[in-house]
Structure formats: structure tokens, C-alpha cells
Design a protein around this ligand. Structure first.
Ligand SMILES: *Cc1c(COP(=O)(O)O)cnc(C)c1O
Length: 382
């Protein structure tokens, strides 16, 4: 491939040149199984569940190129990527350190199922390395690059150092930052996870997940995925590869739009708090500026009028859809207490600052002036 910058990698990374039959776009191989050469091992059979068919290996090469890792794997959802990666790393009796403000689904998976598998879990404050403690049976640490919904940025360098010092596998959910803003493998993380449902695909039309990292760890995850059975269908994989080609363009536009909207909201008298790492007022701004090349497309706010105003704002905006999820080309607006974090107890939510009046916005690729004007008219109705 001719260039190594992220826009070029998004278009050309992993592409076969020439493609089959000279095709410029890699085709969808809608065949579950392939003829077997003599002596083929089970995990090397070409079968969709075994993650070894041409459409899958093409997609995995593209994902690995984007994250700058040896290898990658796709799964049927972000949660499948997270659960599969953890199952590939942890055995019964092992201990996991996990960020205390993880995505709601990950938090619920750990609180409701870890004990079934014999895993011990301790939730850690990702901002306070001095409080992290490894035990003799600690095997792994799981954090997110930017944590939903207050957009706190984990002490990522310290996580890598801590994991190395204690011989732990470091896992990071990089959904919010995307490889455009941050490539964790370059910073020393062992396994990079994504809900590809969000920015990587970017069009709110498929559910998928990604595991990327060092060859031997991804191979272990592939073996686990092959046994658990959550491999991505070639048709969804085709849509994901298509979305990846515009990833850099979309994320750059989302970074810029979120910054513009955050600055407008921060200056508005009806808004009492804006959580966006691109603002100098954000507690992790300096740290984020060191680590990331962009601050992302996600922000959250609190209004002077509290929960009632939050509900009214969601009704009054015309461009963003009122919906959870994130990372698509269209802006979305939601109250995390009622959607992404509804599975947590109220006490747990409030301890993390996820109060009923918090509004989260996934900023799309619309024109930034149109977005600002829409929020201005909506705030004027409150
Ligand atoms: C959405 C999300 C997930 C879960 O992904 P699914 O594709 O819905 O399974 C995990 N982590 C983060 C940060 C997310 O935003």
C-alpha cells in the first residue's frame, strides 16, 4: 500500500489488488463453506463460523490496518467482542480490574455474569492510578478510552504501565475514540475492542464488534469466538468494510461539529454544564490533548431547568433523533439514565454522576451551523 496516513489506510488498508476478477470493491462471498484441501485442521476450515472465509479475512485485514495491530477479528456485536475477548483471557479463579464507568452493557455483563464464570472483578477509578491494586490472581485490566456519558478520559499510559508491571493483559474499548483519534496498540495496549455498530460502521444500520491486537491474543480470541459462535455474517461485514472507507472523513467532521456545538452550549445561559474533552473546562482536557488527535463526537450537558428541561430539549430539537446508540452520520440525543445506563441501580448511576437531568448528544456530520441553530431554537423554547 502506498500511504500510511489514516485517511489512506481507511480507503486502501487490507484491500486486495487486484481484487477478485479485477473488482475494485471486494465482493461478498455468500458461501458458508469451501472445499477442503487434504490435512486441513478444524480451526483452518473455511467456514463462516470459524472466521476464515474470504470476505471475513479481507475485513479483518482492513480492521488490523486501521488499528495498527497484527490481526483483528469481527463479531456479531460489540458485546460479543467484549465477552469473547474476556473469555479468551480469563479462566475460573482469575481476577479482572475494570473501569468503574464502563458502557452499561459491559458493566451489567460483569456484575451479572462474571461470578458464573468464576471471575473476580474489582471496579477501579480510571482517573486514579494510585488506587489500583493487582492481586496474585489478577490477569487483566479493562478500560475505555473515553467513558460514557461524562466523557472522562482514562489514564491510559498509566494503565499500560500498570499492566506491564504486573504481567496483565490490557484491554481497551476504543469505541468512542476510534482509530482516527487514538490507536491504543501504538500506546501499548494488548487488545483493542470496538462496538463497530457505532463509528466504525457509522451508518446506524448494522450491529458488529471488533477485537484487534497482537497475533497470538487475537488467535486465542478467534478460537474462543469459533467455539461460542458469534461470527459476523459476510453481508454485514461488507457494510462494515464500506463504512470503514469513510471513517476518517466522518470522525474528523464529528470532532469539529462536537467542538462547535460544545462551545456554543458552554456559552448559553440555559446550560449549566458541558462535558466535552475538547473544552478547556473539562477535567481531562490537557491529558486528552496529549493522547488524542481529536476529542470525538460525543458530549453531554446539564440544563439550568433540570430533568424537566432535559426532557423538553429532547422534544424541541429538530435535527437529532431522540435515540440511544451513537456514532452514526445523524445526530442523536438521549438521557443516559433512561437508556444506556437504565440497567444500573439509581445509586450506582448517581455515584458516577449519571443523574436524571443529564442529556447526551452523539454529534453527526450535519452542517455545524445548522446544528448550533437547531439547539439555539430548542433552548429558546424552554
Ligand atoms: C454500544 C457500545 C458497546 C456495545 O456494543 P453493541 O454493538 O451494542 O453490542 C460497548 N461499548 C461501548 C463503548 C459502546 O458504546
Amino acid at each position: 500500500m502506498g500511504g500510511s496516513r489514516i485517511e489512506t489506510v481507511a480507503v486502501h488498508g487490507g484491500e486486495r489488488r487486484p481484487g477478485p476478477e479485477g473488482s475494485v470493491v471486494y465482493p461478498i462471498y455468500q458461501s458458508t463453506v469451501y472445499s477442503v484441501p487434504p490435512g486441513t485442521e478444524y480451526h483452518d476450515l473455511s467456514y463462516i463460523r470459524l472466521n476464515s472465509t474470504p470476505s471475513q479475512t479481507y475485513l479483518y485485514d482492513k480492521l488490523a490496518a486501521l488499528e495498527g495491530t497484527d490481526a483483528a477479528l469481527a463479531t456479531t456485536s460489540g458485546m460479543a467482542a467484549i465477552s469473547t475477548a474476556l473469555h479468551s483471557v480469563l479462566r475460573s479463579g482469575d481476577h479482572l480490574l475494570a473501569g468503574h464507568c464502563l458502557y452499561g452493557g459491559t458493566h451489567d455483563f460483569l456484575t451479572e455474569h462474571a461470578a458464573d464464570f468464576g471471575w473476580e472483578v474489582t471496579f477501579i477509578d480510571p482517573q486514579r492510578p494510585d488506587t489500583w491494586e493487582a492481586r496474585p490472581n489478577t490477569k487483566a485490566v479493562l478500560v475505555e478510552s473515553i467513558a460514557n456519558p461524562l466523557m472522562r478520559v482514562t489514564r491510559l499510559r498509566e494503565v499500560v504501565e500498570f499492566a506491564r508491571r504486573h504481567g496483565l493483559v490490557s484491554l481497551i474499548d476504543n469505541t468512542f475514540a476510534t482509530p482516527v483519534n487514538f490507536r491504543p496498540a501504538e500506546a501499548g495496549f494488548d487488545l483493542v475492542l470496538h462496538s463497530a455498530t457505532k463509528y466504525l460502521n457509522g451508518h446506524s444500520d448494522i450491529v458488529a464488534g471488533v477485537i484487534a491486537g497482537r497475533a497470538e491474543l487475537v488467535e486465542r480470541a478467534r478460537t474462543t469466538a469459533n467455539h461460542f459462535g458469534g461470527s459476523l455474517d459476510p453481508h454485514a461485514g461488507f457494510l462494515l468494510a464500506r463504512g470503514l472507507k469513510t471513517l476518517a472523513l466522518r470522525v474528523r467532521a464529528q470532532n469539529a461539529n462536537a467542538q462547535a456545538l460544545a462551545e456554543f452550549l458552554a456559552a448559553h445561559p440555559g446550560v449549566v454544564e458541558v462535558n466535552y474533552p475538547g473544552l478547556a473546562s473539562h477535567p481531562d482536557h490537557a491529558h486528552a490533548a496529549e493522547l488524542f488527535t481529536g476529542f470525538g463526537g460525543m458530549l453531554s450537558i446539564r440544563l439550568a431547568g433540570g430533568e424537566a428541561a432535559a426532557r423538553a430539549l429532547i422534544d424541541a430539537v429538530r435535527l437529532p433523533f431522540s435515540a440511544p446508540s451513537l456514532g452514526g452520520v445523524e445526530s442523536l440525543i438521549t438521557r443516559p439514565a433512561a437508556t444506556s445506563h437504565a440497567g444500573m441501580s439509581r445509586a450506582d448511576r448517581e455515584a458516577l454522576g449519571i443523574t436524571d437531568d443529564l442529556v447526551r448528544i452523539s454529534v453527526g456530520v450535519e452542517n455545524p451551523e445548522d446544528l448550533v441553530e437547531d439547539f439555539a431554537q430548542a433552548l429558546a423554547t424552554l
